[in-house]
Design a protein around this ligand. Structure first.
Ligand code: URA
Length: 212
């Protein structure tokens, strides 16, 4: 697995406002969108393109355009939805699929409770959106799910990652080619409730206004 953590003063600034518990949901959502735009710019450096003949008003030339099948963007419900708009603004022609995953609090297993994806993902480049990489359990299950359907190249985009989650993900995808992880920030640790420290709290609640 290849890990990239963004290193940019604008990212640092936006993340700091995002972390602040006083930042209200509308501003939080706006900042997530802005961070995803910066993150996806880096994460799509290896998106597949092919040569195409085009005519400008002045001359014929050869350009490069996205190949088919189209890239697939998969937000993990619920918090991943907050990252979707930022991503589709950058790749408006991407197809969007959905995965709903949650932890069963008794067994601690990850359960897939919703799924809306093409049956066959053979040869597809997939971008998975999940803002908080905490224990890594959800992302590992999502990657396995997408691989079983034939996804060829899987890029995970998270706003914040904990070292424990990154290590778990690395171990969970060991031996799999073409799995990449892009983060805006890597934090210190997880606390006893598996929240990222310092983190930003519950991303889903902060996005959708259920905090406080
Ligand atoms: N999910 C969140 O929303 N926040 C965390 O800190 C960890 C997991």
């Amino acid at each position: 697995m290849h890990l990239t953590v963004l290193d940019h003063p604008l990212v640092d600034h936006k993340i700091s406002v995002l972390r602040n518990k006083k930042t209200p949901s509308p501003v939080f959502r706006q900042l997530v969108g802005e961070l995803v735009a910066l993150l996806s710019y880096e994460a799509t450096r290896t998106i597949r393109t092919e040569e195409r003949e085009i005519e400008t008003p002045v001359a014929a030339t050869t350009g490069r355009m996205l190949t088919k099948p189209r890239p697939l963007v998969v937000p993990i419900l619920r918090a991943g939805l907050g990252m979707l708009e930022g991503m589709t603004q950058l790749i408006p022609t991407a197809e969007v699929g959905f995965l709903g995953m949650a932890r069963n609090e008794e067994t601690l297993d990850i359960v897939t409770y919703a799924e809306r994806l093409p049956e066959d993902l053979t040869g597809r480049q997939v971008y998975v959106l999940d803002p908080m990489l905490a224990t890594g359990g959800t992302l590992i299950e999502a990657i396995k799910f997408l691989r079983k359907r034939g996804a060829d190249h899987i890029t995970c985009l998270c706003i914040i990652g904990a070292p424990e989650g990154i290590a778990a993900l690395e171990a969970g995808v060991e031996g799999m080619d073409n799995v990449d992880l892009f983060l805006c920030a890597q934090d210190e640790k997880l606390n006893e409730k598996s929240y990222i420290v310092p983190g930003l709290g519950d991303a889903g609640d902060r996005l959708y206004g259920l905090a406080e």
